[in-house]
Each structure stands twice: as structure tokens, then as C-alpha cells.
Design a protein around this ligand. Structure first.
Ligand SMILES: Cc1ncc(COP(=O)(O)O)c(C=O)c1O
Length: 392
């Protein structure tokens, strides 16, 4: 059987693969501490669930506008103005099945064969493959732990060319937790606007998880001329612990939003109808759930990062946002005589019964990603197991 070439170019998501392996071992009765998880461990708040149940009971079970129902797009505009200082019209919003689909729509709408997408590395696993699926070419700008995984504006200036169609920003970042503050975003924005046709895609799904009193800023809010060429992508997935509901959205200049809506209308049509009703409730009356989760996860971050830094041969920078510890295991690898992070990940899973994700999936060989969206006692037990299996 001959499959399409584009499928041969991409690989399955490494994070999903690592989580699946952990789940399979667990199903066989092996007691695994799972640090692969890319979702909050808390339940979706009841007030959001109730809104979905009400919508179902009221028979809200049919197709909606492919862009998402108008009251939801209005609620998204309200949220973007309230939280991010951004003014959008509902016809500049496209609601999708998760941020992933919003990103996919954006690439489909923007990328021609051979167009380059500049991605800061370490990066979220799906970006390069999404670009490859659109016949684009992912190119990478390395960020360094000593600079908090933030870009060097001079390096950025040198990497841009007329072939780069899209600059992809992900702050707070998965996997590094790096949060770009407003002065840095201003510098990046200044470089962006010097390129006539460059578009920014800003993946803001971890917006609500910024620690130590720091503030989140969207690059689109820097200046109107930046907003005019930015696609803001966000979702309810992480903010309201709604990963399985599949509800994300994009805010973009109308021609891009129209193109994204056209792509979506020929793929999934609309996001699930009753989930849209629940999303309206969450966005208009968010309550304190996001803040409470942030407080809880800041404590867990400290527990995880302190524990990792106590391990021999491991160094873990303190993430400023999101819920992943991204740790350098290169010394530990050498001491153990292992060849790479994949071997280390397998060793920790089979010998230590701790599931992690190898950094090479994020463009950072020798590193591991460990999610701290996990209960404190599991973090403690996982750290003990790591210590034992690194020593062995
Ligand atoms: C950086 C980043 N963007 C997008 C997504 C996808 O979000 P969603 O579940 O809303 O599709 C994830 C999920 O892990 C992510 O980490």
C-alpha cells in the first residue's frame, strides 16, 4: 500500500507516545509514576460542566456556525479585551477543536510549499510536524537555559529572511516554561514589523500559568501594527482543565480568520455544540479556578525543581510558567554510560517505574521533560524513584 508522502515526513507525537507506553505498563499492573502528562490533574469546574449539561438538556445538539456560534465568539472578544487588552470583532475569531486545530488551520491558511516557519527551540513537539504536513519547512532558533530560554534579538534578526513566512511564539513555553516579558516582546515586535510579509502565530495556551507574580503579555498587544499580523491562539484546555473537551480558538486579522474558517469548514465543521455553550460560561464568569490552579502548581513546581536539582548529574532551571520541569540530564547520562535521552527515558521507565519524555522530542537531546501537574505525594515518590534509578 502506498500512503501519501506527507505522512512519511511526520512522526507520531512523542509526548502522546510516551504517555501511551506508561498507560500500557499500568494496564499490565506495573505501578508507574507518570510525569508525561500534558494536562492539569484537576477536574473541570462544576459550573462549566453544568453549562454543558444544560445545553444538552435544552437540545443544543446540532451543527453550529463553522467559526463557532456568535455568542461564543462575542465571549472570546470579551475575554481578549478583559485579560489581554486586545480588541477584536467576532468575525476575526475562529473557534476550533482545541488549540491544536486552531494552529493547524493557521498553518494551512498561511503556508505555501517551501515557506519557512521559524520555531524557537526547545519547542512543543507538534509544531515542526504540523509545518511539514503543510509542505512548509521548519527552521529553528536555539534558545539557551542561561538566558532563560529567551531569544537573542540579534540572533533572531540574522535568522529572518524573505523565505520565513511565520514566526511562532509560545510563551509560556512547553517544554521550558519560559515566559517572555513585555520589554522582550517589544524588541521581537520591532524586528517582526521590519519584515513586510512576516506573520506571527502566538500560542498562548499556558497564559494563566505564570508564576512568581510575573504577568503574561500577548505580543499582539504591543502595537496595532503587530496585532495586524498576529494570529493569537488560545484554548480552554489548560486554563480550565478542559483538555478532553477540545475547545480552542484563534483571533486573527479578518483575511486570515476567513481563510482558517474555510479550512475548518472543509474538515471538522464546528467544535462540539454543547461544549461551546460551556465555554461561554467559562470565559464570561471564570471565577477563581485559574488562580487557584496557578497557586497550587507553583508549589508543585518548587517541589519538583528542588527535588530534581538535588539529584546527582541533573540540573533543572526553574520554569516561570506552564507545568513542566525541563531538566538537563546530560551529566547523569554520562555517569551512567547511557548513549542518549531515549535510552535514559526507557531506563527510568522500566527500572525506575517513572515515565518522562525525552528532550530530543523537543529539540533538546540529553534533557527530560517532567510534568508537575501531578499530586504532591506522587511527585515525592517519583523523585525518590528517580534518585534510586539514577544511582543504579
Ligand atoms: C504549547 C501547546 N500548544 C497547544 C497545545 C494543544 O492544546 P489543545 O489541547 O487545546 O489542542 C498544547 C498541548 O499540550 C501545548 O502544549
Amino acid at each position: 500500500m502506498r500512503l501519501a508522502d506527507r505522512v512519511q515526513r511526520i512522526k507520531p507525537s512523542a509526548t502522546i507516545a510516551a504517555a501511551t507506553k506508561a498507560r500500557q505498563l499500568r494496564a499490565q499492573g506495573v505501578d508507574i509514576i507518570d510525569f508525561t502528562v500534558g494536562e492539569p490533574d484537576l477536574d473541570t469546574p462544576d459550573f462549566i460542566k453544568s453549562a454543558a449539561v444544560e445545553a444538552l438538556q435544552n437540545g443544543f445538539t446540532k451543527y453550529t456556525d463553522p467559526r463557532g456560534m456568535l455568542p461564543l465568539r462575542e465571549a472570546i472578544c470579551h475575554k481578549l479585551a478583559r485579560d489581554n487588552g486586545l480588541t477584536y470583532n467576532p468575525d476575526e475569531i475562529v473557534v476550533s477543536c482545541g488549540a491544536k486545530q486552531a494552529l493547524y488551520n493557521a498553518f494551512q491558511a498561511l503556508i505555501n510549499p517551501g515557506d519557512q516557519v521559524l520555531i524557537f527551540s526547545p519547542y512543543w513537539v507538534s509544531y515542526p510536524d504540523m509545518v511539514l504536513l503543510c509542505d512548509g519547512e521548519p527552521v529553528f532558533a536555539r534558545t539557551e537555559p542561561k538566558m532563560g530560554f529567551k531569544p537573542d534579538p540579534d540572533q533572531l534578526r540574522n535568522l529572518l529572511s524573505s523565505r520565513v513566512k511565520v514566526l511562532l511564539i509560545n510563551s509560556p513555553c512547553n517544554p521550558t516554561g519560559s515566559v517572555w516579558d513585555r520589554p522582550l516582546l517589544e524588541k521581537v515586535a520591532e524586528i517582526v514589523v521590519s519584515w513586510r510579509d512576516l506573520i506571527v502565530i502566538s500560542d498562548e495556551v499556558y497564559e494563566s500559568l505564570v508564576y512568581d507574580g510575573k504577568e503574561f503579555a500577548s505580543i499582539a498587544s504591543i502595537a496595532p501594527e503587530v496585532k495586524e499580523r498576529t494570529v493569537v491562539v488560545n484554548a480552554l484546555s489548560k486554563t480550565f482543565s478542559m483538555t478532553g473537551w477540545r475547545l480552542g480558538y484563534a483571533a486573527a486579522p479578518k483575511p486570515i480568520a476567513d481563510a482558517m474558517a474555510k479550512v475548518q469548514s472543509q474538515s471538522t465543521t464546528n467544535p462540539t455544540s454543547f461544549v461551546q455553550q460551556a465555554a461561554i460560561r467559562a470565559l464570561l464568569e471564570p471565577g477563581f479556578f485559574p488562580q487557584e490552579m496557578r497557586k497550587l502548581y507553583q508549589k508543585r513546581r518548587d517541589q519538583m525543581v528542588n527535588g530534581l536539582n538535588n539529584l546527582d548529574g541533573v540540573h533543572c532551571p526553574r520554569p516561570e510558567g506552564a507545568f513542566y520541569a525541563f531538566a538537563d540530564f546530560r551529566c547523569a547520562l554520562q555517569e551512567m554510560g547511557l548513549s542518549d535521552d531515549i535510552e535514559l527515558m526507557d531506563h527510568l521507565l522500566t527500572k525506575g517505574r517513572v515515565a518522562t519524555v525525552a528532550g530530543s522530542a523537543f529539540g533538546a537531546p540529553g534533557w527530560l521533560r517532567l510534568s508537575f501537574a501531578v499530586r504532591e505525594e506522587l511527585i515525592a515518590e517519583g523523585l525518590t524513584r528517580l534518585q534510586n534509578s539514577l544511582g543504579s
